[in-house]
Ligand binder design. Structure first.
Ligand SMILES: [Zn+2]
Ligand SMILES: [Zn+2]
Length: 350
């Protein structure tokens, strides 16, 4: 099956909620950064959709919502038709159910928010792990990754060198993701949580400007058809399908453009791509290909199976499991694939 890669960012706030930038400015920054798509997710509103959703030159702007209960359990609701108002919700399940009722995708935002810190960024983790039926989760939240290391003393340094503060997905997020994947497909995405905030009384200082962020943590989607410049609606559908099916990977492209990375599996002459679930047939070849030499780690159920430095890795799987790949450039995390799920035959009941 031929797949078409497109690159974009997810989880951006504008002045329609608590972001510092206009949608117009965000579009400009995204086009400069060379993105194919951007998913704007203002808190508790779909208001910008009517005016802004669609093609802006080469950029497809998609307007969705971050449902933001005040206690936590923030949820990116993609493709919903009406805004979901859940400010005072204490439970996550009804919100997930409502997203699914509206035919949308429910993705947990910054599930392991981070510690309370001195910046006015509240810890808003996912609280309700009892809730089920969501489609995926942010395995890497740029803002929370950055903010976790900030204090009053090092702020000026990390303001000037944000890349020094970035360490990769929260280890708890990866652990949880691997655990959930044993039961069912849970899609892993990267969220920027871009706010483009300016410092009060010092408005010339912008913390993590949009244009900078749009060059950092990106989602690479593998579409079944190329984006259609003549139909925003069709293109948005293709993007939602790729995200919903986990046909995507996360690239920290500030280090190097990860376009062209691939992780696939050959099993009895059939090709399996990221996000797919298949019954394991006793033997399968997992194939990783990287656009640049990198340290490649192949994991099964969260455990490292093998590693090597180079542009390709092939590995014969002899056991079922949830297989995924991580790539590093030096010590820096670079690429995180979605898993290929090779499921064992269910135990025959006696
Ligand atoms: Zn949030
Ligand atoms: Zn947010």
């Amino acid at each position: 099956m031929e797949l078409f890669e497109c690159v974009g960012v997810i989880h951006v706030h504008s002045r329609y909620s608590d972001g510092g930038g206009s949608v117009k400015g965000i579009i400009k920054a995204a086009r400069k950064a060379g993105l194919d798509f951007l998913i704007l997710t203002d808190h508790d509103t779909l208001k910008p959709r009517r005016k802004w959703q669609g093609w802006h030159g080469d950029l497809l702007l998609i307007v969705d919502e971050e449902v933001s209960p005040w206690i936590g359990n923030h949820l990116l609701a993609l493709g919903i038709k009406e805004a979901i108002e859940a400010k005072r919700a204490l439970r996550a399940q009804p919100i997930i159910d409502e997203v699914k009722r509206q035919g949308g995708l429910a993705l947990l935002a910054h599930p392991f928010g981070g510690k309370e810190n001195f910046l006015p960024v509240r810890d808003r983790p996912w609280l309700d792990w009892e809730a089920d039926g969501f489609d995926g989760m942010e395995i890497w939240s740029y803002m929370y990754d950055w903010v976790e290391r900030i204090n009053l003393l090092n702020l000026p340094y990390y303001y000037l060198h944000p890349e020094e503060a970035i360490e990769g997905p929260h280890p708890e997020a990866l652990r949880k993701w691997d655990e959930l994947g044993k039961e069912r497909r849970v899609v892993g995405i990267a969220g920027l949580d871009a706010h483009g905030k300016r410092v009060p009384f010092l408005p010339f200082i912008q913390i993590l400007p949009y244009e900078y962020l749009f060059k950092t943590l990106r989602n690479h989607l593998l579409l079944t058809e190329p984006l259609d410049r003549s139909s925003a609606e069709r293109s948005i559908q293709l993007i939602y399908e790729a995200i919903g099916e986990g046909r995507c990977f996360v690239g920290y492209d500030l280090l190097a453009d990860s376009s062209g990375f691939s992780f696939r599996c050959e099993m009895e002459g059939e090709e399996v791509v990221m996000g797919e679930e298949r019954e394991f047939k006793g033997r399968a070849t997992l194939i990783v290909s990287s656009p640049f030499p990198a340290r490649i780690r192949l994991l099964r159920d969260g455990e490292e199976m093998c590693r090597r430095v180079g542009t390709e890795l092939r590995w014969e799987a002899t056991e079922p499991g949830v297989y995924r790949v991580e790539l590093y450039l030096g010590e820096k995390p670079w690429v995180f694939s979605n898993p290929i799920y090779l499921r064992g035959r269910p135990e025959a009941s006696p």
